[in-house]
Design a protein around this ligand. Structure first.
Ligand code: AGP
Length: 613
């Protein structure tokens, strides 16, 4: 999950690369470095956050109009300076950065050491540098030396290389799914990045490399080739995100900004997909006929983390609206369990980044077994977007905070739309049922705005009271059960408080042993078909002196009387409730993390896009 940025043109390359890395720091931030060429190759690297590299660059600036840089999420070798990328060869003529893992690096290292190559780091990446060096010494030009080296390594990689021997070019390659390799087109300058936000303020014209594709980037243009050396033509895409939306603006954290962007993000997700007069939904991107929809027997949703929890809501929604059975599986489990899949099965991958390696592998598994491959993706042009038979783009806009928020609510909005769409095609929905759900969707941006506008102090009060807690429980039922899981994940991943989400009915089968006066229990209890059941769960928590924090519909006096604290949301249709009920839990996690002085946007050990297993 590292970040890579490259620049070749006429300006100060190191400054461009540093600014780009700042926008990618959410991808990995335990060390960083930049290599630039100004006649000769020069490298600066630093342990820890990118700011440490800035101090070095201030003291010893890098010069030149070509550079590559890297922020690291350590896999092989501790996050110390000598393991930071870029890695140079002994003669300091070649520098390499990598996102991914060289799975056969030990074999190559031993072989290269036997040939006299001296290694300076514990990383797998350094073997790439020495392989290139070896082929250069045999008389190959830089592109060919890189290509031959790339063919020797095994695993998934995104790699960039510069050399003072040919100081006008950056050579890059994508092999497998180790994160994106994006080429950006400027005026007399061109760019390289792992993710769109790094170069979005400079260009919206981009090319996305596919598996086993290379590019040779110069200020004058870009040449594409396959890893086997075959020339390649690539279409330039226009990316319709604007760079302002990828900046923090007046907010303290990206996560805070993205929580408050949700009304607009939901609005953008609905736009152009729902006819609010006829209550019809359209998803051309799925390329699905009525017959194909009617022949569908099973949908398997594959995803990771927050996206998997959105998938669990999707199960309720799609089964209810389209009467087709839905299974949800963690992508990391699905890919290894030899799943039962056939032509009447659709695999629906949910992935904000579109680059999560487990999700991409699950998609490959589904495709091999003959399933139709759909995806709900936020990052336009990502691998998941490109390998799908049909894609629903989330329209959430760039999500920079490592903890996913607006991508979650826009995904569930898309899942409700998908349920309606399939219901329409399969004839499983009455006009009245469709109208009720469409009307609820239409009000979501307003309701989300209401939740965000009120009760700010409630979250601050709860954070003051409970930010020192060691444990939290979250309980929910029906479509709110996945919201309990998501609320727990938000809290644990940004505040480092241990938190567990549970289906409320399960509490008496074990977790109830944890409940005493030190255990805050967040109970999601909205007016739906399991409301009474949730009340008895609250009673069970109270009987053991647990601290009850209830998330209720406004005006619910009965539950208020049974709770230590309440958070309120406006009522909406049961199938759209999860889109609203998650927002207070996002805010609770945010306030708790801020009160604890945690690094909200870049929580320890995490990264925005998990491109390694
Ligand atoms: C969410 O808050 C986490 N950062 C993480 O669980 C994330 O949802 C997961 O890694 C999946 O990412 P994706 O949606 O980009 O595939």
């Amino acid at each position: 999950m590292c970040g890579i940025v490259g620049y070749v043109g006429t300006k100060d390359a190191a400054t461009f690369v540093y600014d780009g890395l700042k926008k990618l720091e959410y991808r990995g931030y335990d060390s960083a470095g930049i290599a630039a060429i100004n006649g000769t190759l020069d490298i600066r690297r630093a342990e820890g956050k990118l700011g440490n590299l800035a101090v070095k660059l201030q003291a010893e600036p890098l010069r030149g109009a070509i550079a590559i840089g890297h922020t690291r999420w350590a896999t092989h070798g501790a996050p110390v300076e000598r393991n930071a990328h870029p890695h140079a060869d002994e003669s300091n003529s070649v520098a390499v950065v990598q996102n991914g893992i060289v799975e056969n690096f030990m074999t190559l290292r031993v072989q290269l050491q036997a040939e006299g190559h001296l290694f300076k780091s514990d990383t797998d990446t350094e073997v790439i540098t020495h392989l290139i060096d070896k082929y250069l010494a045999e008389g190959q030009n830089l592109t060919e030396a890189c290509r031959l080296a790339f063919q020797q390594i095994r695993g998934a990689h995104a790699i960039a290389v510069v050399s003072q021997l040919e100081p006008d070019k950056i050579v890059t390659v994508r092999i497998g799914n180790a994160g994106g390799v994006i080429i950006g087109y400027g005026q007399e300058e061109n760019y390289l990045a792992s993710d769109i936000p790094a170069i979005l303020e400079h260009t919206q014209r981009m090319v996305f490399l596919e598996d086993r594709e290379m590019a040779v980037i110069t200020a004058r243009g870009v040449q594409y080739l396959q890893l086997d050396g075959t020339p390649l033509h690539k279409e330039v895409q226009h990316i319709n995100w604007d760079h302002v939306s990828a900046a923090k603006g007046r907010y303290r954290h990206f996560m805070q900004k993205e929580i408050y962007e949700q009304p607009q993000a939901i609005q953008n997700t609905l736009r152009g997909r729902v006819n609010f007069t006829t209550n019809e939904v359209k998803f051309e991107g799925l390329r699905l006929t009525a017959t194909e929809a009617q022949e569908l027997r099973h949908i398997i949703i594959v995803a990771c983390g927050t996206s998997a929890y959105a998938g669990l809501v999707g199960k309720f929604v799609i089964e209810k609206l389209a009467k087709v059975s839905v299974e949800v599986d963690y992508a990391s489990e699905f890919r290894y369990r030899d799943p039962l899949v056939d032509k009447q099965t659709a695999i629906l991958a949910i992935t904000q980044s579109g680059e999560t390696v487990d999700t991409l592998a699950a998609m490959d598994e589904g495709k091999i077994k003959g399933a139709r491959l759909w995806s709900i993706v936020n990052a336009q042009g990502s691998m998941a977007h490109r390998i799908s038979d049909g894609t629903i783009l989330m329209q959430a806009g760039p999500e920079i905070g490592v903890a996913s928020t607006k991508a979650f609510t826009t995904t569930i909005t898309d899942l409700v739309l998908l349920g309606l769409y399939l219901g329409q095609l399969r004839g499983t929905l009455s006009a009245q049922e469709r109208e009720e759900v469409v009307m609820a969707l239409a009000r979501l941006p307003e309701l989300a705005g209401e939740v965000l506008a009120e009760h700010y102090n409630d979250y601050d009060t709860l954070a003051n009271l409970y930010h020192k807690q060691d444990h939290f429980l979250f309980l929910g039922r029906g479509p709110n059960y996945p919201i309990a899981l998501e609320g727990a994940l938000k809290l644990k991943e940004i505040s480092y408080i241990h938190a567990e989400g549970y289906p409320a009915g399960e509490m008496k089968h074990g977790p109830i042993a944890l409940i005493d006066e030190r255990m805050p229990v967040v109970c999601i209890v909205t007016q739906d078909h399991v409301y009474d059941k949730m009340i008895s769960q609250i009673e069970q928590v109270r009987a053991r002196n647990g601290i009850v924090i209830s998330l209720i519909n406004e005006g619910d006096k009965a539950v208020t009387a049974k709770s230590n604290h309440i958070l309120t949301i406006p009522p909406t249709h049961p199938l759209t409730t999860p889109i609203i009920s998650v927002i207070p839990l996002q805010l609770l996690a945010y306030h708790m993390a801020v009160k604890r002085g945690a690094d909200v946007d870049q929580p320890r050990n995490l990264a925005k896009s998990v491109t390694v297993e």
